[in-house]
Design a protein around this ligand. Structure first.
Ligand code: ADP
Ligand code: MG
Length: 256
C-alpha cells in the first residue's frame, strides 16, 4: 500500500478515535521526524503530547466560560507594590491551592477597589488550570439562585454553586438581605463546610455582619463554620481604580 493510502487510512482512524489535533499535525510532524531521523517512539510521543495539551487547553477554556468569572486576571497581573500593607507571602501561599485540597475557605475583606475580586479570580484561574471545578457568583445572584432552587424538587443539587470544588461568593454585604435569604445563605455555607472550599469577598468588617444577617445567634453559628479552617485577608489600602487620582481632583480616600 502506498504511503498516501496509509496516511488516508490513519486520518480516517484519527477522526473515528476523536484525535483531531493529531490529525491536524500528523503530516508536519511525520516529515520533521523523517528529516531529523527521529525514533518511532519520540514521533509517537510528540503526537500524543500535542493531543493532550490541546485537550487540556480546551478543558480550561470551557470551564472558564461556564465559571461565571467576571474577568480573567492572574496573580502575575496583581501589583503588590500598590498595596504595601498586604502580606504578599500570605497571599502567595494560597496559590499552592492547599486550602482547596483541605476544603478550607478564604475571606477577602476591604473597601472597594483594593483588589478583593482580582485576588479571588486569580485563585480561581489557578485552580481551574490545576483541573479543579470553579464557580463564581455575587452574593446577590447566589441568593436569587438559592431561592429559585429551594422550591424545586432537587433543591439545586448538581448546580455549579453546590458541586464545585471552589465557589467564590463576591460582594457579601453589598446589598441588604431579609431573614429568609439569610437562612438560605447560611444553609449554603453550612452545606459546604468541610466538604468544599468557598472564597468570600466583602467590604464589611465581621463586626458589621450581625446587622447584615439580622440574628446574632445565626451570625455566630455562621462565622463559626465559615472561619474554622479559613484564611482571612484584610486589605487595608487605597482603591486601585482611583490610583493616580489621589490628591488630585479633590479625591480624598479614607482608610477603614
Ligand atoms: P474590589 O473587588 O476590592 O472592589 P477589584 O479586585 O475589582 O476590587 O479591583 C478593581 C480593579 O483594579 C480591577 O480591574 C483589578 O484588576 C484592578 N486592581 C486592583 N488592585 C490591583 C493591584 N494591586 N494591581 C493590579 N490591578 C489591581
Ligand atoms: Mg469586587
Amino acid at each position: 500500500m502506498s504511503d498516501t493510502l496509509v496516511v488516508d487510512r490513519i486520518q480516517a482512524s484519527l477522526i473515528r478515535l476523536k484525535l483531531p489535533r493529531i490529525s491536524e499535525i500528523l503530516e508536519g510532524v511525520m516529515h520533521a521526524a523523517q528529516e531529523k531521523g527521529k525514533s518511532y517512539l519520540s514521533f509517537l510521543d510528540e503526537l500524543l503530547e500535542e493531543e493532550i495539551a490541546c485537550r487540556e487547553q480546551r478543558r480550561v477554556e470551557t470551564s472558564l466560560k461556564i465559571s461565571g468569572l467576571p474577568f480573567a486576571k492572574g496573580i502575575e497581573e496583581f501589583d503588590f507594590t500598590f498595596q504595601p500593607k498586604l502580606d504578599r507571602q500570605k497571599v502567595m501561599s494560597l496559590f499552592d491551592l492547599t486550602f482547596i485540597r483541605q476544603k478550607g475557605n478564604v475571606i477577602f475583606l476591604g473597601p472597594p477597589g483594593v483588589g478583593k475580586t482580582h485576588l479571588a479570580v486569580a485563585l480561581a484561574l489557578k485552580a481551574c488550570q490545576a483541573g479543579m471545578s470553579i464557580y463564581f457568583t455575587t452574593m446577590e445572584d447566589l441568593i436569587e439562585k438559592l431561592k429559585k432552587d429551594h422550591g424545586a424538587e432537587r433543591k439545586g443539587r448538581g448546580r455549579g454553586y453546590n458541586k464545585s470544588a471552589l465557589v467564590i461568593v463576591d460582594e457579601v454585604g453589598y446589598t441588604p438581605i431579609n431573614r429568609e435569604e439569610c437562612n438560605l445563605f447560611f444553609r449554603f455555607i453550612a452545606n459546604r463546610y468541610e466538604k468544599a472550599s468557598t472564597i468570600i469577598t466583602s467590604n464589611k468588617a465581621f463586626s458589621d455582619w450581625t446587622e447584615l444577617f439580622h440574628d446574632p445567634v445565626i451570625v455566630t453559628a455562621f462565622l463559626d463554620r465559615l472561619l474554622h479552617h479559613s484564611v482571612v485577608i484584610n486589605i487595608k489600602g487605597n482603591s486601585y481604580r482611583l490610583r493616580g487620582k489621589i490628591g488630585k481632583e479633590g479625591v480624598e480616600l479614607s482608610q477603614p
